[in-house]
Design a protein around this ligand. Structure first.
Ligand SMILES: [Zn+2]
Ligand SMILES: [Zn+2]
Length: 269
């Protein structure tokens, strides 16, 4: 069993409301798990509900991987119940000094509890180009994003999940070129990529670090992917419009299965 669940699929800022309730308004958080291991990627507001899930499933050891530290990827951490519970061991992986970065948002006067004195057992680890978490292999690639972001590939029993949030595929001064992204994405059973903008919207958002639906489709086609999943939905994108975009793109690209990430969507491979 190799399973992925989406807990938060929104980019930039939480966007609750009746126009976004189908896909969900929580910011970025996914979990990847097999029988014995739970990995959380990013701690947007979606992570709050992972707290209950961890308790129900009985996981005692939790790993949280940060793609980067923009608000929409860490603002849920202070509301993730297990950090306040001494029975949990939490390994947190990130670039830079992850401990210092995370403690910034949990300091007076921003938050009443101090990150450095949390009751859970927290260890901090550096994100490397390649490392293992139990029997899940994690490989990373540098995305094109202001102040950096890490794309991740998870392999278990030869099955690959690629999660690339916050990545500008057509960046003018890219950290990583397209060829390298194609190589990284190739062979993934589940391919999830940031598609915050339409081609029209991108014209005024160049350099913001995000991609369009069409750019993600082109990458998926070049990498021979069967199923591409859009994520990091723009906070202004209503359910109705997003459904229309998916239908329109699907009609044009019949060989590729396209869908949009949605809160509580579970995929087993
Ligand atoms: Zn983001
Ligand atoms: Zn970002």
């Amino acid at each position: 069993m190799f399973k992925l669940i989406f807990w938060g699929v929104r980019g930039s800022v939480p966007s609750p409301g009746k126009e976004t309730s189908y896909f969900g308004g929580n910011t970025t958080c996914i979990t990847i798990e097999n029988e014995k291991t739970l990995i959380i990627v990013d701690a947007g507001t979606g992570i709050r509900n992972v707290g209950k899930y961890v308790e129900e499933k009985g996981f005692k050891k939790i790993r949280i991987l940060f793609t980067h530290y923009h608000w929409d990827h860490l603002q849920g951490l202070p509301f993730f119940g297990p950090i306040f519970n001494p029975k949990y061991q939490i390994d947190i992986y990130g670039k830079r000094n992850v401990s210092n970065v995370l403690s910034l948002q949990m300091k007076q006067p921003f938050f009443p509890a101090d990150y450095k004195n949390l009751p859970s057992k927290i260890n901090h680890r550096k994100i490397m180009p390649q490392f293992c978490i139990d029997d899940i292999l994690v490989e990373t690639i540098e995305n094109n994003h202001p102040s950096g972001c890490v794309g991740m590939r998870f392999t278990c029993n030869d099955k690959k999940i690629v999660f690339m949030t916050d990545n500008e595929l057509s960046a003018t001064a890219p950290a990583t070129d397209r060829k390298s992204f194609i190589k990284f994405v190739k062979g993934s059973v589940i391919f999830i990529h940031d598609s915050q903008y339409t081609d029209v919207e991108l014209k005024t958002k160049r350099g913001w670090g995000h991609s369009t639906f069409d750019e993600v489709i082109a990458l998926a086609e070049d990498a021979g992917i069967n199923h591409a999943i859009f994520t990091h939905h723009d906070p202004m994108r209503s359910d109705l419009i997003l459904k229309e975009i998916i239908a329109e793109k699907s009609a044009k690209h019949t060989k590729l299965r396209l869908s949009a990430a949605r809160e509580n969507l579970e995929i087993k491979i």
